[in-house]
Design a protein around this ligand. Structure first.
Ligand code: BES
Ligand code: MN
Ligand code: ZN
Length: 498
């Protein structure tokens, strides 16, 4: 998509113009010619400026656009970043559904004094929210759908012109949002595509492609090397699969002078058959999304490299399927981890924590980063706790939590902390091995984190269980149905604030 910027006078020649409209206002503060053509439309009161309400009229006058959309921003008192994102998500969907792929969008000007709650909305925040609402909504995963007619195909937006007095900080923010949205959509594509295509080797190829594009270092360990490292847990989970596992490392050095390094670990479980613990559950159909953590990891590194963030990052992805077969691992088995600890398999469906455990040991022993952030679709219990709205996070570091919480509020990829207490740690005790991979049904998300914690040692660590938010059954604002890419925007914001 192409992004342009212009002043209002020049946008009057555009075919399609989008104007913001605040609920309850009698008038729209804008160019005098526009005001004149809008007035009768407003007088009819067909549009009230409610949040996300999009109305269209055709002025048929010289020197004004052929189509004018009014987008409702809702009440002034309730105006904030997220309502703006949501309102412009409606605009993008309307444009796309009408196959209008080029539009000029007037960025709302909202004086800070107009906001009652004393919050400050900077022009860059507002334009950024407009941009996010539009860019994130313009998405469709349709590569396997054969359209009856060519024009039935999803047509993405081609060119969006942001209109107003836009200083450099604003235009830079908008361009940045485009890069981040691309990274989010990249992650969504990986989540949505079939597990037949997106296998461990495919994830490795993606990492290599990102490395090539941005001059990064990528290392892919195959089964032999994984065996040599003693990653017994990753190998155990992989046993039932015909596809070899991969251990993927993708390094971005945005700040070569600094020793600080953040490891971003993503669960790359390319299909979770839920193994011999197969339950009557409807989740099996979507278990190709069990590599969402890997998708977020790759999306973040891609985005960070394109934004040239001054941070050092290492993406780490243990990748395998979790399949049923006569060679597959079984409940009651015991396997050695890379750390040396032996693990009793309480459930073959609690495979995510196993492959992450070996990855954590690798990170702690070989990479020695300043902090580890892991993304994983780890527990169904997350959906029970927070639905598809909030990311449950567990951490051993209060400062990291503070930063991720603020990043969550800013991006609306919101997080909430759950505690890891000794009583939860107790539940993982095994009679026959050093630890068990199952803590039972109660507090399932927490016991999963307590398992991971055993492998992070002293390293500051943040675990984000994205099982609830990574996949939506129904679209919501700028989030599409199915893979959402949630985590990419959060992590990039986190890194910027860190
Ligand atoms: N991949 C699943 C978790 C999941 C469930 C993600 C639903 C997204 C939607 C994970 O591997 C799993 O099966 N977890 C088990 C753990 C249990 C056996 C302790 C679960 O949540 O049932
Ligand atoms: Mn599972
Ligand atoms: Zn899983």
């Amino acid at each position: 998509m192409e992004v342009k910027f212009t002043k209002l006078e020049r946008a009057l020649k555009a075919d399609t113009l989008v104007l913001p409209f605040i609920e309850g206002e009698k008038e729209i503060e804008t160019d005098i010619k526009l005001k004149r053509v809008i007035k009768p439309a407003l007088a009819l009161k067909d549009t009230k400026g409610k949040k996300g309400e999009v109305s269209l009229f055709y002025p048929d006058k010289k020197d004004v656009p052929k189509r004018i959309f009014l987008v409702g921003l809702g009440k002034k008192e309730e105006l904030n970043i997220e309502p703006i994102r949501q309102a412009y998500a409606s605009v993008a969907k309307k444009l796309v559904s009408m196959k209008i792929n080029t539009a000029s969008i007037v960025v709302p000007e909202i004086g800070n004094d107009e906001l009652s709650r004393g919050e400050r909305l900077r022009p860059a925040d507002i334009a950024g929210a407009v941009a996010e609402g539009i860019f994130l909504s313009d998405y469709s995963f349709d590569k396997y759908v054969s359209p009856e007619k060519e024009e039935d195909k999803y047509q993405p937006l081609k060119s969006i012109t942001f209109v107003g007095n836009l200083p450099k900080r604003v235009t830079e923010t908008v361009r940045e949002k485009l890069v981040i949205a691309d990274a989010v959509k990249y992650a969504r594509d990986l989540q949505n595509d079939t597990a037949d295509l997106v296998c461990p080797e495919y994830l490795a190829q993606q990492a290599k492609a990102i490395a090539k594009e941005h001059g990064l270092k990528c290392t892919v360990l195959d089964k032999k090397k994984i065996e040599k490292l003693g990653m017994g847990l990753l190998l155990a989970v992989n046993r039932g699969s015909n596809l070899e596992p991969r251990f993927i490392l993708l390094e971005y050095k945005g700040d070569p002078k600094s020793k600080d390094k953040t490891a971003i670990l993503g669960k790359g479980l390319t299909f979770d058959s839920r193994r011999y613990n197969l339950k009557p559950t409807k989740f099996i159909e979507t278990m190709r999304e069990d590599m969402s953590g890997a998708a977020v990891t790759l999306g973040v590194i891609k985005g960070a490299a394109r934004l040239k963030l001054k941070k050092n990052l290492v993406g780490v992805i243990p990748a395998t399927e979790n399949m049923i077969g006569s060679r597959a691992y079984k409940p009651g088995d015991i396997y050695p981890s890379m750390s040396g600890k032996t693990v009793e398999i309480g459930s073959t469906d609690a495979e995510g924590r196993l492959i992450l455990a070996d990855a954590l040991t690798y990170i702690v022993q070989k990479i020695k980063p300043a902090r580890i952030i892991d993304f994983a679709t780890l527990t169904g219990a997350m959906l029970i706790t927070f639905g598809d709205v909030v990311i449950g996070v567990m951490t051993n570091d209060d400062k990291i939590y503070e930063t991720i919480y603020k990043a969550g509020e800013a991006t609306y990829e919101r997080v909430w902390r759950l505690p890891i207490y000794d009583e939860y740690r107790e539940l993982l005790k095994s009679d026959i091995a050093d630890i068990k991979n199952l803590g039972g049904r109660p507090a399932g998300s927490i016991t999963a984190a307590a398992f991971l914690e055993k492998f992070v040692e002293e390293t500051p660590w943040l675990h984000l269980d994205i099982a609830g938010v990574s996949w939506l059954e129904k679209e919501r604002h700028y989030l599409p149905k199915y893979g959402t890419g949630t985590g990419v925007r959060l992590m990039i914001e986190f890194l910027k604030r860190m």
